[in-house]
Write a protein that binds this ligand. Structure first.
Ligand SMILES: Nc1nc2c(ncn2[C@@H]2O[C@H](COP(=O)(O)OP(=O)(O)O)[C@@H](O)[C@H]2O)c(=O)[nH]1
Ligand SMILES: [Mg+2]
Length: 212
């Protein structure tokens, strides 16, 4: 390149730099940086053994269903969504583990409670008692809750209205932010929609004056 070409090039570069410095729109187009990081939220996922916690979370992480084993202690998964990453701590739901759940609540920003809508009356009652304890626990009672009435594909599954009534959610959870949704492993799009609603609730908390 000759000296005239070089001088034109340097003028063009200087013009570009000036435009970037002075014009916001031009800067937005020309100096596009990486997208802003997605917010992360720490959630706790509880529910009796067999309710489907690991299966649902694994599907959301696109993990192979063959690798699912019963959760004896707890496990943590980073579940990616378009507008947020949810760091979900799943607590094992066996009888001898549930009494330790509350030791793992600290730092949670939201709760996912999974129940088997087709379970026996006894198990449904146990699930109701556990959900009531969680909704009233000092470390969880102010957090948004997503309650997933799972196993809806089974003929014996109770409807979401039956579960709402049986779990006495209306009086207990009045004034709290909670979402109750029917779901099954067969319809992961519906599960993702339910998680999007939970993310909306978590985002709302970010803008609450008390947290600013
Ligand atoms: N039919 C049916 N089976 C499910 C559903 N969700 C989970 N399961 C099955 O229930 C069993 C227990 O699931 P798992 O995810 O280990 O439950 P967890 O103990 O709550 O983690 C597995 O065999 C799953 O395949 C569902 O929506 N419908
Ligand atoms: Mg599990």
């Amino acid at each position: 390149m000759n000296s005239v070409g070089l001088s034109h090039l340097s003028t063009a570069v200087r013009c570009l730099l000036w435009l970037c410095r002075t014009c916001k729109c031009f800067r937005a187009l020309c100096c596009k940086g990486p997208p802003p990081p997605r917010p992360e939220y720490d959630l706790v996922c509880i529910g009796l053994s067999g309710s489907g916690k690991t299966s649902l979370l694994s599907q959301l992480c696109s993990e192979s269903p063959e690798n699912i084993v019963s959760t004896t202690g707890f496990s943590i998964k980073a579940v990616p969504f378009q507008n947020a990453i949810l760091n979900v701590k799943e607590l094992g739901g066996a009888d001898n583990i549930r009494k330790y759940w509350s030791r793992y609540y600290q730092g949670s920003q939201g709760v996912i409670f999974v129940l088997d809508s087709a379970s026996s009356e006894d198990d449904l009652e146990t699930a109701r008692n556990e959900l009531h304890s969680a909704l009233q626990h000092p470390q969880l009672c102010t957090l948004p809750f997503l309650i997933l009435a799972n196993h809806q594909d089974k003929p014996a599954a109770r409807s979401v209205q039956e579960i709402k009534k049986y779990f006495e959610l209306e009086p207990l959870a009045r004034g709290k932010r909670w979402i109750l949704k029917p779901c099954s492993l067969d319809d992961m799009e519906a599960v993702k929609d339910s998680f999007s609603l939970l993310i909306n609730l978590l985002e709302e908390r970010d803008f609450e004056p008390s947290r600013m």
